[in-house]
Write a protein that binds this ligand. Structure first.
Ligand SMILES: C[S@@+](CC[C@H](N)C(=O)[O-])C[C@H]1O[C@@H](n2cnc3c(N)ncnc32)[C@H](O)[C@@H]1O
Length: 373
């Protein structure tokens, strides 16, 4: 097990319980106590229609192993159907709905304040689907795990509603997800006037095929992107340092990777007081130590968490971390600049340790010790 974000899907339901399915599920749900809404949601989803393991993980935000435990607790009441789906026995639907208090669960207020705004941009979600499908294939060695099209649009909508993006300069520190394209396409859709005041978006990435794709896609749609090659382990391109209002990154999920990409984001900021570094990061609730190490790495850089938006990003994969990541809004402090202004700051990070893929990092060690989560 190397990359916690790229576990293969399980083919069959895990071995069934020794006690009766209903009993076993009730015990499992009881153990979740105040956190039982998510596992109840997994069962509710199965009472509605067959679901794949990936869909159950994506919708619940639970780690894959937790979803597998729930499926295991359903025993013979669940079977595998076509397309790798899990199918609940029709005769058992009412019993499980009663057990999970289905009506109370589904009557709950949705927590997603951006859902309506994303719904208004359904065309952009379709466009991003198409772009993601034609983008260069994910490279495991660079820890690529694509975000969903809806997530990429969510990022763009959230940025546009939280910040004044007119004339703003956004730096994407790595961008295999195509967030940059979503941001400029959303701005163009909002203000089709050619004299519009649109955000200037720069992407820095090591993947030249990706940069070429971003450049070509932007041109063919009449929007502007600046795409620059750099290996961030060695630094930012000189023209990018100190140039941006906001930096966004979805980095490799090791403490070293998150720390390095956040530092490059901070180095890209022009205004040391008003600039912000936005970081996507998620960990499995089954391995909180890893989350603590990464958060500590960010805090050690003098970054303060102005906000952490839970379960903001959803991925095609990343099932070990519930296919989700949070959005960290990081504000640099004087401690950040003290570190980054040192001549040797982050100049010697040229190692594969930043990637979960190579399995020699603290993150990978944690996952190796604990197995797939
Ligand atoms: C962890 S991946 C991003 C995850 C994201 N969900 C995706 O699949 O693209 C980090 C991004 O930074 C880029 N990247 C990885 N290593 C890099 C390096 N050493 N220098 C510059 N960019 C790098 C990758 O190509 C990718 O766009």
């Amino acid at each position: 097990m190397t990359d916690p974000r790229t576990l293969p899907p399980a083919a069959d339901p895990p071995a069934g319980p020794t006690s009766a399915p209903g009993e076993s599920l009730a015990t499992l749900l009881h153990g979740y106590r105040v956190h039982a809404r998510a596992p109840r949601g997994v069962v509710a989803a199965l009472t509605e229609r067959p679901r794949t393991l990936r869909a159950l993980v994506q919708d619940s935000g639970l780690p894959r192993r937790s979803v597998e435990e729930i499926l295991g607790a359903l025993g013979d009441d669940v079977r595998t159907g076509t397309g790798g789906t899990f199918v609940l026995r029709p005769g058992a639907v009412d019993r499980y709905r009663t057990m999970i208090d289905y009506d109370e669960l589904r009557a709950g207020i949705p927590l997603d304040s951006l859902a309506a705004a994303i719904g208004r941009h359904a065309n952009l979600v379709t466009t991003m689907h198409e772009l993601i499908a034609s983008a260069p294939r994910p490279r495991a060695e660079l820890d690529h795990v694509p975000a969903t099209a809806a997530t990429v649009v969510r990022r763009a909508v959230w940025l546009a509603s939280h910040y004044d993006l007119r004339d703003a300069r956004l730096l994407c520190v790595g961008d295999h997800d195509l967030t940059s394209l979503a941001v400029v396409l959303l701005a163009a859709a909002a203000a089709p006037d050619p004299a519009r005041r649109e955000p200037a978006v720069t992407v820095v990435d090591i993947d030249e095929d990706l940069l070429e794709f971003l450049d070509r896609s932007a041109r063919s749609r009449g929007v502007r992107l600046r795409c620059l090659y750099a290996d961030l382990r060695f630094g930012l391109p000189p023209s990018v340092a100190g140039s941006a209002d906001l930096a966004f990154t979805d980095p490799p999920y090791t403490p070293q990777g998150v720390s390095l990409f956040a530092a490059r984001g901070a180095q890209g900021l022009a205004d040391r007081e008003r600039g912000r570094v936005l970081v996507a990061y998620g960990y499995s609730e089954r391995v909180p130590t890893l989350g603590w190490k990464v958060q500590r790495a960010l805090l050690d850089q003098g970054l303060v968490f102005e906000a952490i938006w839970p379960a903001f990003h959803t991925y095609e994969g990343a099932e070990a971390v519930g296919a989700r990541a949070d959005m960290y809004v990081c504000q640099p402090t004087p401690a950040t600049w003290k570190q980054l202004d040192r001549p040797a700051a982050f100049n010697e990070t040229a190692t594969t340790e930043i990637y979960t893929f190579y399995g020699s990092s603290a993150a990978s060690d944690v996952y190796k010790r604990q197995g797939p989560t």
